[in-house]
Design a protein around this ligand. Structure first.
Ligand code: UDP
Length: 237
């Protein structure tokens, strides 16, 4: 059982084809987080913004990449506020901290303050990514996990329970890895997260658990090390 975790959620995890937010998903997420916090584990969350917009859509939109990246970062703040609202409805004390200052809606990101909140049993949700264009919220997760000294990043995937040698939805014979090193990810070109995020996790020696968020109670199971998953670490010495 970990003491302090950082949960990485994609924006799409909160939505479906028709709705930006699905109430059942927010309810399930917050009730699992409540169970985890009540068991004494400290929780931080980094949420993506893919349910709104992603930087790679810049060309199709005909809008400058940096502009679209800021749009994406603002999308993550909307998601962070949705998660905060859902957690508070479930009786979990929460703070949102953003990398772009917007002090009317959230605290600015201050690592020591984030740690203090978690020590008091509050969940801290990080919004606005790193605050800089050309990064992803996976890199944000690696960065924030290092800054708040998290024991592990739990990377929630939708519909896939770990890292495979081929896309399991396409290749029937695809096999899942139980464990990998970050060097394996880079050398084999496995698409778990972008290379900036992978390098940062490797350099800062952060463990990563890739698991399927769509299985019942799987966030709780991942915290306990009981979920079907792939574990990625620095390896070696
Ligand atoms: N983004 C950014 N800098 C960051 C984090 C995010 O510019 O530090 C932008 C980027 O355009 C990205 C979008 O915000 O595509 C949404 O984040 P991401 O794609 O990581 O979301 P997810 O796929 O996890 O929902």
């Amino acid at each position: 059982m970990y003491k302090r975790i950082l949960l990485k959620l994609s924006g799409e995890a909160l939505s479906n084809h028709d709705e930006i937010f699905v109430r059942e998903v927010l309810d399930d997420l917050s009730s699992q987080i409540k169970t985890i916090v009540d068991s004494g584990v400290e929780v931080a969350i980094v949420v993506g913004g893919g349910n709104f917009v992603r930087g790679r859509m810049a060309e199709d939109l005909g809008i400058d990449r940096i502009q679209v990246d800021y749009m994406g970062m603002l999308g993550t703040v909307i998601n962070a506020l949705a998660i905060q609202g859902a957690l508070e409805r479930n009786g979990v004390e929460t703070r949102v901290q953003t990398a772009i200052d917007m002090t009317k809606v959230a605290e600015p990101f201050i690592p020591r303050r984030a740690i203090r909140h978690m020590e008091k049993g509050r969940v801290v949700v990080f919004g606005a990514g790193t605050g800089s264009a050309f990064f992803s919220t996976d890199t944000t997760a690696a960065l924030r996990a290092s800054e708040i000294k998290a024991d592990v990043i739990l990377m929630a995937k939708n519909g896939v329970d770990g890292v495979y040698d081929a896309d399991p939805n396409v290749v029937k014979t695809a096999t899942k890895f139980d464990s990998l090193t970050y060097m394996d990810l880079l050398q084999k070109g496995l698409e778990v997260m972008d290379s900036t995020a992978t390098s940062m996790c490797m350099d800062n020696d952060i463990d990563l658990i890739v698991f399927n968020m769509n299985e019942k109670n799987n966030i709780i199971k991942a915290v306990k090390g009981e979920a079907e998953a792939t574990r990625i670490s620095k390896g070696g010495n």
